[in-house]
Design a protein around this ligand. Structure first.
Ligand SMILES: Cc1cc2nc3c(=O)[nH]c(=O)nc-3n(C[C@H](O)[C@H](O)[C@H](O)COP(=O)(O)O)c2cc1C
Length: 179
């Protein structure tokens, strides 16, 4: 199974801890071909609603957009892993998600398994941990994708999540949802 991890964090912090734990679990289980794309390392401009993609099926920008969307298209499963920025996903990840529009017709026809990992500084009773999974639920409903898990964790300073052994153990086992 080809798994694409879309990492929305710009730093080596808690989201990296989550992604590494997930990948460790997948490597140990076997049968997963994992690719991680860090949205912050990509040059993906904001969608300008030019609608040219409706004619040619690609984004007109000559940046990394089409390569990233190629990877989305090729994946059997996608894990969105993001810090919370202002009650939402990071701008870098949102820029990638917006570009799904340029291959809407194709992506809409492709069954995909989806997982979501959200990490914020706030405690778990904050509305952000409902808002963000709900957003992904809506995206998956729209594209006919199968959202299999949405896990939310509390961690502020970079690396704090690594100290939460229960959370790390849970993340190592998340691959199970894709089997
Ligand atoms: C610009 C910015 C906005 C943030 N907004 C929120 C927020 O709305 N809610 C929250 O709980 N944490 C917020 N945080 C804290 C991060 O979500 C938190 O530190 C997270 O662990 C960062 O993940 P990372 O270490 O993978 O980068 C914000 C951090 C930054 C830099």
């Amino acid at each position: 199974m080809k798994v694409l991890i879309l990492n929305g964090s710009p730093r080596k912090g808690n989201t990296c801890v989550a992604v590494n734990a997930l990948q460790k679990g997948m490597d140990a289980a076997g049968g997963f071909e994992v690719m991680e794309i860090k949205a912050n390392d990509m040059s993906v401009s904001g969608c300008i609603a030019c609608m040219a993609c409706e004619c040619n099926g690609d984004c007109v920008f000559e940046d990394d957009t089409n390569d990233v969307i190629d990877a989305v298209e090729a994946a059997d499963a996608i894990v969105f892993a993001t810090p919370v920025y202002w009650w939402g996903v990071t701008a870098q990840l949102k820029a990638v998600i917006d570009k799904f529009y340029c291959r809407f017709e194709k992506l809409d026809d492709m069954p995909k398994k989806v997982g979501v990992i959200v990490i914020g500084e706030a405690e778990q009773d904050d509305p952000q941990y409902k808002i963000i999974p709900k957003q992904f639920e809506c995206i998956c409903d729209c594209l006919g994708w199968d959202m299999l898990f949405a896990k939310t964790y509390t961690a502020g300073e970079a690396g704090v999540l690594a100290q939460d052994k229960d959370a790390v153990a849970e993340m190592e086992g998340l691959y199970d949802a894709f089997l």
